[in-house]
Write a protein that binds this ligand. Structure first.
Ligand code: URA
Length: 448
């Protein structure tokens, strides 16, 4: 296998066959194909694309470059959720304990924040002591014991994807549907799942802002799951404004704890229940989405979901007392209100500016190895469509110092637009995609 030949062929619109993908990814993972050749190939794929057979072959090649979680011995279904990323998206922190307590095992493998989007691992690590670097063996034991493990992509899982994703991030080749689909599915299929639920974000703050591209991504990943006997369901959810009110790692943990205690913001709960219902049905713990939702509501109102989160925190070395006392989470030194400058309607709370603002405050990354300050961020109470009066609070800035407060003000000034009137925001959940096709979203209440 000569990498140069494959690059040239792809650049000229040709195909790479399954044996070539396997050999290429094996040698790349072993350090025998240099990054500059993979970068050139990624750029060729970005422009030329891959056909459906090539996407499947690349997925398999990356999956086979590493190990898999072996969970067949568990008596219950194993279902994960993957989000394509957003701002204020703390759904995983609420969903994983909630679904686990309802009887489906959740081996959840998440990523770190990069660019304007946050990452579940950074949020979890805001909990003092919490470790996300579980080995496959430890994750398996934890899944057997408490039905949930919240972990990062270990060195053993899809190492070829791990290298390629970092390279794509540095070479502006992330936004390619074939590469995103193969990257996500190679990791998810390595989790030994019996089902997968995708939260595909669309809107200005999403990786792929256009709804049509989100639907294509969802369909591609559903087909890749079907190739491996793993049923996949996708919901298209809005990322034209942050999800919930809290944006920033420790602040989002605090909001997640409130959600698990029955006091979560409505949009966060709607998305969580919708995704959770799909997970419980796919995992065989509920026969309909309506039944699944009722079970989740009871798990929250009974306190069992919050206790499950405590169990997970304890199992992963964190301080479980944060669930009863979120004041134990890292606290920002400075805290200031951001007020409306005029009467009007909230026309926009643009998420990219918020995500970039968190990074400016020290709470996000511009490079993979940047340290994040978990305490900083925003709590944004203004929602698109709200009518506000001059002087009313729209948000609170949490910062390390006065310079951080000033950076926070600039970010909120860019993000929040007040006007005389406003278009309605995107539907919070717009479509449901299954192997049977794409349907406009219908809430659980309309289900039989
Ligand atoms: N997340 C991934 O894991 N891979 C991608 O390519 C994009 C988002």
């Amino acid at each position: 296998m000569e990498a140069r030949t494959l690059i040239e062929r792809k650049r000229n619109g040709g195909r790479i066959d399954a044996a070539e993908w396997r050999s290429l990814m094996k040698h790349y993972a072993a350090g025998e194909v240099p990054d500059y050749q993979m970068a050139a190939l990624a750029m060729a794929i970005y422009f030329v694309g891959l056909d459906r057979t090539e996407i499947g072959a690349l997925t398999d090649a990356m999956l086979e470059s590493g190990a898999m979680l072996q969970l067949d011995h568990l008596a219950v279904g194993r279902v994960d959720k993957h989000s394509t990323g957003g701002v204020g998206d703390k759904v995983s922190l609420v969903l994983a304990p909630l679904v686990a307590v309802c009887g489906v095992a959740v081996p959840m493998m998440s990523g770190r924040g990069l660019g304007h989007t946050g990452g579940t691992l950074d949020k979890l690590e805001a909990i003092p002591g919490f470790r996300t670097d579980l080995s496959l063996e430890r994750a398996t034991r934890q899944l057997e014991a408490i039905g949930c493990a919240l972990m990062g992509q270990t060195r053993e899982i899809a190492p070829a994807d791990r290298k390629l994703y970092a390279l794509r991030d540095a070479t502006a080749t992330v936004e390619s549907i074939p590469l995103i689909s193969a990257s996500i599915m190679s990791k998810k299929l390595a989790e030994g799942l019996t089902g997968l639920v995708l939260d595909v974000k669309y809107g200005s703050g999403a990786f792929l802002p256009e709804l049509e591209r989100g639907l294509t991504l969802a369909r591609t990943m559903i087909e890749l799951g079907a190739d491996h006997g793993c049923p996949v369901v996708a919901l298209l959810t809005a990322m034209d404004r942050p999800l919930g009110r809290a944006c920033g790692n420790a602040l989002e943990v605090e909001e997640s704890i409130a959600a698990l205690r029955g006091d979560g913001p409505a949009d966060l709960m709607d998305v969580t229940y919708a995704l959770g219902a799909e997970m419980l049905v796919l995992g065989g713990a509920a026969s309909s989405r309506n039944e699944a939702r009722r079970r989740m509501e009871v798990a929250i109102s009974s306190g069992r979901a919050a206790r499950k989160f405590q169990e997970i925190i304890e199992a992963q070395g964190g301080n479980p007392a944060v669930v009863d006392d979120p004041g134990l989470l890292p606290q920002a030194a400075e805290c200031e209100l951001y007020l409306a400058q005029r009467d009007g309607v909230v026309a926009q709370v643009e998420p990219r500016a918020i995500g970039r603002g968190i990074t400016a405050l020290g709470g996000g990354r511009t490079r993979v190895d940047d340290q994040v300050d978990p305490s900083v961020g925003f709590v944004i109470t203004a929602r698109p469509g709200d009518v506000v009066r001059a002087g009313e609070p729209l948000a609170t800035i949490f910062a390390r110092d006065a310079a951080g407060v000033a950076a926070g003000r600039r970010a909120l000034g860019e993000s929040i637009r007040l006007a005389d009137e406003a278009d309605p925001p995107l539907p919070l959940i717009s479509h449901r995609v299954t192997p049977a096709g794409v349907a406009v979203w219908a809430s659980e209440d309309e289900e039989p």
